[in-house]
Design a binder for this molecule. Structure first.
Ligand code: ZN
Length: 122
């Protein structure tokens, strides 16, 4: 995935977390499976901020595929999805709760904030 590690959607999620009173996150902790984009070490909560296309979200952004090189894209996205699933399993085996925030969800900030609040309070 060609993008900065501090790309927009991730920054927005951090901003929303601060907004609902959870400023104490860490980012890209290498010791955690999958290096979650955002993690709360004491609370054992990890968040991944995923682009819908690259991670195969079941929304219209995730289900549109380029017409050329279909096999290539399909294989790549399948690999990402398998890796995402494996990381989530590893994290939960270590006692972590995991939330995936999809890029498309961030267009509705109020809803996104509510989802984050529910996850953090759980
Ligand atoms: Zn999506």
């Amino acid at each position: 995935v060609v993008r900065s590690k501090d790309a927009g959607p991730e920054l927005l999620v951090r901003q929303l977390l601060r907004g609902i009173g959870y400023p104490g996150y860490r980012v890209h902790r290498k010791e955690l499976p999958g290096h979650p984009d955002i993690s709360f070490m004491g609370r054992k909560k990890a968040l991944f901020v995923h682009g819908c296309f690259w991670h195969g979200h079941a929304c219209r952004h995730g289900s549109s595929r380029p017409k050329s090189n279909q096999f290539y894209w399909h294989a790549k996205i399948e690999r990402n999805m398998a890796r995402d699933k494996a990381n989530e399993v590893k994290l939960s085996q270590l006692g972590w709760s995991v939330l995936t925030v999809w890029e498309c969800e961030l267009r509705f900030r109020e809803e996104a904030s509510k989802k984050l609040a529910a996850f953090m309070a759980d």
